[in-house]
Design a protein around this ligand. Sequence first.
Ligand code: SF4
Length: 101
Amino acid sequence: MGKSIVQSINHLNYLDNEGRVYCRAHNELKTLGTMDCFNCPLFRGSLQGAGVECTYLDRVTDDIDMLALTVPDPAAQLTWITKLIDKGLIPADQLSREGNL
Ligand code: SF4
């Protein structure tokens, strides 16, 4: 297992059983369809009704060989990303790096 690094990576954000995804732009759980994903700088694609693909900074291991990380649990991702923000490892406002919604 390699060491942890912070890098920009595509995330496959799947819906939870309440129809919410983890939204990095708002750092909240959001119901798909309530955000303007197509105009979001983090948007990378749809998951054909199952969620949304968004690229943002995350903490991964440097031996990662995946093109995308799967996010099956939006609430767990919210907790994880909030922890990285609180530790100062990633910016609170990812969009300040990418432009505005
Ligand atoms: S594309 Fe942007 S607005 Fe839509 S879920 Fe991803 S981060 Fe949120």
